[in-house]
Design a protein around this ligand. Structure first.
Ligand SMILES: C[S@@+](CC[C@H](N)C(=O)[O-])C[C@H]1O[C@@H](n2cnc3c(N)ncnc32)[C@H](O)[C@@H]1O
Length: 283
């Protein structure tokens, strides 16, 4: 048998690397384009509406005492990673809202949804920035100790570890002492179940992050929040009965597969402590 020429042996790995790098560059270029961001915002809105049957009960539980807390602190709500505003109907009448999302294309969809909500909610401002730096520069951004509640749903799955830590610190910075951070996130499932293995596979292979704007299914989000220095953290992990709703709403196979992957849900809140004299000096 003829031995393989050294040129051939060298050409194969070089070609694989060049093709791989080119494909990855093209994907990055597409993902960073304005066209993709607009399409993603629209797609995200459709997905949340499609799966509302599955996740709405969790949101109702999460926001059950939001009204009471806002009244107690008499402050605004800041929603980070707000997208098209799929939580607006959970906000009490009279809510003053600050909306943050780095994707400028969500603003149009958000304003359409705010119009539908009538005058129940007043949008104070929409700021197109990332939540890891919402500092108050030239009237844009969010001041220290200025909001009664921070809300985020399905954001942490799209953040790197470093971003997640910064976001938690920013949340703490902007909350009024006694204010609450409400979160609902899909996170990694129970270890070594089929769901967990598939979550690891699609995330670590970059398949899911590439096709879902950086989102991962293998996040342990609670750890970041628990280590965020809040005085109180309450959370609950659950696996909503998505199969029942899938039948009722005739979801297709792809939707069912996606639901299976993200169906390990974390809801909870964390609280920034009341302001003691000692704490005032720290803030
Ligand atoms: C999966 S969508 C969820 C949208 C909405 N919260 C919901 O529950 O339907 C994630 C949103 O977070 C936004 N996002 C991504 N990275 C972010 C960051 N670093 N800071 C704030 N928002 C971010 C995206 O633009 C997108 O609108």
């Amino acid at each position: 048998m003829e031995s393989w020429s050294p040129i051939f042996i060298l050409t194969v790995p070089i070609t694989v690397v060049v093709i791989g790098t080119t494909i990855s560059r093209i994907i990055k270029l597409i993902i960073s384009s304005s066209w993709y961001k607009r399409k993603y915002a629209e797609r995200q809105q459709r997905w949340t509406e499609l799966t509302a049957l599955v996740f709405e009960p969790l949101k109702r539980k999460l926001f059950a005492d939001l009204d009471e807390n806002l009244k107690r602190l008499n402050g605004d709500v800041l929603e980070i990673g707000i997208g098209s505003g799929q939580n607006l109907h959970h906000y009490p009448t009279g809510t003053a809202l600050i909306a943050v999302d780095p994707n400028p294309h969500v603003e149009k969809l958000l304003k359409e949804n705010l119009r539908k909500a009538g005058d129940r909610i007043k949008l104070k401002r929409f700021v197109a920035v990332s939540a890891e730096d919402m500092s108050y520069k030239e009237q844009i951004g969010v001041e220290d100790n200025s909001v009664a509640a921070v809300v985020c749903t399905k954001l942490f799955c799209s953040l790197t570890d470093d971003q997640a830590k910064k976001v938690v610190q920013e949340v703490k910075r902007v909350l009024i002492p006694g204010g609450r951070f409400y979160f609902m996130e899909h996170v990694a499932g129970k270890r070594w179940t089929l769901q967990y293995i598939l979550q690891q596979l699609v995330s670590k292979s970059h398949f899911w992050p590439t096709t879902h704007n950086g989102c991962r299914c293998d996040r342990e989000t609670l750890l970041w929040i628990e280590h965020g220095g809040f005085t109180k953290v309450w959370s609950e992990k659950s696996w909503p009965e998505w199969k029942l709703f899938a039948e009722r709403a005739s979801y297709d196979c792809f939707t069912r597969f996606k639901l299976f992957l993200i169906n390990s849900m974390l809801i909870g809140y964390s609280e920034k402590g009341q302001c003691t004299e000692e704490r005032k000096k720290e803030l």
